[in-house]
Design a protein around this ligand. Structure first.
Ligand code: AMP
Length: 217
């Protein structure tokens, strides 16, 4: 299974990618997570990417294509992959197509997570991540349950991603409309696009994703 999950920030593609990875044993490849790891490790890439990410802008295409080339060369990606947050520009989509062509592993499908922008702003404003285990919660719709603990037995230590603040969220949604939305037509023309309604419970959206994938992956 070789998939791209396409959708605005906050559309839930990361959460569904994690759940799909657990169900199918195919790795989620999130370029946002790879960049955040580089920031946390203080590498040269991380230092360069941090300012760009905090401003809600996109890291340059050549850097992103290098990251994805390296990641897809790792052994676990031989079984397939679920791309989450990549590609985000037409140049990245074209670079990805060339890379997959080189390794003889073309995409099976691109799933578009469709959702109202107002719902997105609410989702992103309430999103919190556990600093230790990386689990993603929402203050209103998916808070940590009372008595539920993190992997080390302590309560989850929640923080807000620096790029989830109101102003940066607006910038990220504008960047999505301008740079990433053109990919919808691009993949539709190639006959790869499947659309799902991304508003609903985690289970409902997961079921819609499974149904879209049954159409032929
Ligand atoms: P995400 O976790 O997917 O929302 O990504 C967080 C941030 O990482 C984005 O706002 C960008 O600054 C950067 N980023 C992640 N993926 C890409 C990509 N494919 N191209 C450019 N920048 C990216």
């Amino acid at each position: 299974m070789r998939l791209v999950l396409l959708g605005a920030p906050g559309s839930g593609k990361g959460t569904q990618a994690q759940r799909l990875e657990a169900r199918r044993g195919v790795p989620q490849v999130s370029t946002g997570d790879l960049l955040r790891e580089a920031v946390a490790a203080g590498t040269e890439l991380g230092r360069a990417a941090k300012a760009v990410m905090d401003a809600g802008q996109l890291v340059d295409d050549a850097t992103m294509l290098g990251i994805i080339r390296e990641r897809l060369a790792r052994p676990d990606a031989k079984r397939g992959f679920i791309l989450d947050g990549f590609p985000r520009t037409l140049v990245q989509a074209e670079g990805l197509a060339r890379l997959l062509d080189d390794i003889g592993q073309p995409l099976d499908a691109v799933v578009l997570f469709e959702i109202d922008p107002l719902v997105l702003e609410r989702r992103l404003a309430g999103r919190r991540t556990c600093r230790r285990c990386g689990r993603v919660f929402h203050l209103e719709s998916n808070p940590p349950r009372a008595g539920e603990f993190c992997t080390d037995g302590k309560p989850h230590e929640l923080y807000q991603r620096p790029d989830d603040t109101e102003e940066t969220v607006r910038r990220r949604l504008a960047v999505y409309c301008e740079r990433t939305q053109p990919l919808v037509d691009h993949y539709a023309e190639q006959g790869l696009l499947r659309r799902i309604d991304a508003d609903g419970s985690l289970d409902d959206v997961g079921a819609r994703l499974d149904a879209a994938l049954r159409e032929g992956v």
